[in-house]
Design a binder for this molecule. Structure first.
Ligand SMILES: [Zn+2]
Length: 505
């Protein structure tokens, strides 16, 4: 039993089982006859919010009706489920989860919006607030476009689900939380949300509330590193962690600034950015390599195209209908698309993740209706629940390991290169690295300034990440074996920015 569970159970012994534990217990009994494993914990909430006894037999309830009545009276914590959460309600919901699962969660703010709203992140981990070596960091970002609200709601439900299922002893969720540090930012654009919400679901137009308080589209607001990348590709330049332009802080909105600093402070490995207005899993690059020609699009591959396709398919196939392809009057084969082959987009967040950090991010379009009515939220949650969990589990594929020097000191910022994939990643401050890869055999090299590079061959299977550690010897004096000579071009884009394209993402 890990520390987290032990403390949680201990708390229950002292304070008595919580409402959630009671509900989880009775539901576990009811479904134990059918199957074990992942729970439909949302059912509980639905019961409390209208369709109370729809899925539960009276006979089962009669035995524990007192508990149910008590639960109904006490069930204020999660009472706002399957309604839209305005800013205050969202904050309350996040803190309520933190209160229910204090030993596996932490709330922190990465900054404030223009109107002063906190950009709150809810973290799940068996050691909240601490990066543990070899435990990857994952993030979900919702509501970047203020009027695309489903992602915001789904992330609140996901957080509630993780907390409830952990407490109920769900093995899969416990395993996930113990082995992963999960960061959830339900709303990147709380100001835009309030503007959109004032109109409400029925009247919300395509653009009202999309941007931040200054009506800037945050998914067109990141420094453009693609132009530099496409230049480097032709000139054998740096293939990862591209530098930011001078004074970039002055060129981005406060919300974007907060998210970039966040990305720089945590070694995120995998991420998704939740949008609405279509139903498809969209992967990098978003920006076309070719100049825009009216009516023409072109696939813009990353060196990790196969991995990105797999990530996108993981979501689309675990989603109830995304993979079917026909949605919202559009067709996307298998429910996935390369960004640029749909329409080219500059200064977006997912390309920035890949080009400036170790993080692989995809953009999920989750509903035709950007602001669905509250009555649609329960079924949307059920359609996305498995996909949201499966996608997080993808952070555990490929290879991971430590990079040490001869004295077993971890080396941060060591470069990990995989032969045949022109995109390196780096080790984090603890000397640990994570390289997402599909099953196969790879030749992997670790290098660091002042050390001799070391190359290893490794076979990746379909299951958990293979561990591959490196011990780098100090480089003999007078040699310069491992420092890649990159052309020195400052990270400033000279590319013309095409007119803003206002598609869903
Ligand atoms: Zn969007």
């Amino acid at each position: 039993m890990t520390e987290g569970i032990r403390r949680e159970r201990e708390r229950e012994r002292k304070e008595g089982p919580s409402l959630l534990a009671l509900l989880s217990g009775s539901e576990r009994r009811s479904r134990g006859r059918r199957q074990t494993g992942r729970a439909g914990s949302r059912k509980r909430v639905r019961k409390r919010s209208g369709a109370l006894f729809a899925e539960q037999s009276w006979t089962m309830l009669s035995g524990s009706s007192l508990i149910w009545i008590g639960a109904l009276l006490l069930g204020l914590t999660w009472a706002s489920d399957f309604q839209h959460h305005g800013y205050e309600e969202m904050v309350r919901a996040l803190f309520a989860i933190q209160g229910e699962c204090p030993y596996i969660t932490r709330i922190y703010s990465i900054g404030r919006s223009i109107e002063g709203r906190h950009l709150y992140v809810l973290e799940f981990s068996d050691h909240p607030g601490i990066h543990e070596a070899l435990e990857p960091e994952f993030k979900y970002v919702g509501n970047m476009h203020g009027n695309e609200v489903l992602g915001r709601e789904l992330l609140i439900y996901l957080a509630q689900f993780l907390c409830e299922e952990y407490r109920a002893g769900n093995e899969r969720i416990t395993h996930l939380i113990h082995d992963t540090r999960i960061h959830i930012l339900p709303s990147m654009n709380p100001d835009g949300y309030e503007v959109a919400a004032r109109q409400g679901p029925e009247f919300n137009g395509y653009l009202v509330g999309r941007g931040n308080a200054k009506e800037v589209d945050l998914n067109r607001n990141f420094p453009d590193l693609n132009a530099l990348m496409y230049y480097y590709e032709k000139h054998n330049g740096q293939n990862h962690h591209l530098p930011l332009p001078d004074n970039w802080e002055l060129q981005v909105e406060p919300e974007t600034l907060a998210v970039i600093k966040w990305m720089q402070n945590y070694n995120f490995i995998l991420s998704a950015n939740l949008h609405g207005g279509a139903v498809v899993a969209n992967y990098p690059f978003d920006k076309s390599r070719e100049p825009r020609i009216r009516g023409k699009t072109s696939y813009s591959t990353t060196p990790d195209d196969k991995v990105f396709k797999k990530l996108a398919k993981t979501y689309s196939y675990a989603h109830s209908w995304m993979h079917k392809g026909w949605n919202c009057g559009d067709y996307f084969d298998e429910g996935i698309t390369n960004g640029a082959s749909w329409y080219s987009l500059s200064k977006g967040m997912q390309d920035f993740n890949y080009l400036h950090t170790n993080c692989f991010e995809i953009t999920l379009e989750l509903s035709c209706d950007k602001f669905p009515p509250a009555t649609a939220l329960a079924s949307e949650w059920l359609a996305n629940r498995e996909a949201l969990v499966s996608y997080m589990e993808q952070v555990h594929h490929g290879i991971k390991g430590m990079v040490y020097d001869e004295n077993n000191n971890p080396i941060s910022n060591a470069v990990i290169s995989v032969a045949g994939i022109n995109h390196d990643i780096t080790s984090g401050t603890d000397g640990d690295y994570f390289r997402l890869l599909l099953p196969g055999t790879y030749t992997v090299t670790a290098s660091a300034p002042g050390h001799q590079p070391f190359t290893s061959t490794v076979t990746v299977g379909p299951a958990e990440a293979v561990q591959l550690h490196f011990y780098l010897k100090v480089q003999p004096k007078g040699t310069n074996l491992n420092v890649k000579a990159y052309p020195n071009k400052k990270g400033s884009s000279t590319a013309k920015i095409p007119p803003t394209n206002l598609g869903p993402r």
